[in-house]
Design a protein around this ligand. Structure first.
Ligand code: FES
Length: 111
């Protein structure tokens, strides 16, 4: 079991779920109603599953592939801790993982 915490783009809302080991982060996020489209369903062709991993948790994940890094270059609101949720599997030993939704133009409304 991994405790996954989702934080909204503005940081105001958080959601905490228990995910089975081996789950894919994109599937866990979608099951929790997080706003990740995942249009290409993990084929690494869309970057609509972009999330920002907590700085402390980032190093605990296997590093991204070159293809993932290339795709992240095209995503909006990318940070040093950005990842594609379709490329993150919750491996045994990962007790918890905190990820934030990236800011999008829609989330910027009301600023
Ligand atoms: Fe398309 Fe992750 S779902 S790149």
């Amino acid at each position: 079991m991994t405790i996954v915490r989702f934080v909204s783009a503005d940081g105001r809302d958080t959601s905490e779920v228990e995910a089975a080991k081996g789950s894919r982060l994109l599937d866990v996020a979608q099951a929790d109603g997080q706003p990740l489209e995942g249009t290409c369903e993990g084929q690494m062709a869309c970057s609509t599953c972009h999330v920002i991993v907590d700085a402390g948790d980032f190093a605990a994940l296997p590093p991204p592939s070159e293809m993932e890094e290339d795709l992240l270059d095209l995503a909006a609101g990318v940070t040093r801790h950005s990842r594609l949720a379709c490329q993150i599997w919750l491996e045994p030993g990962l007790a918890s993982l905190t990820v934030r939704m990236p800011a999008t133009s829609r989330d910027m409304q009301g600023r």
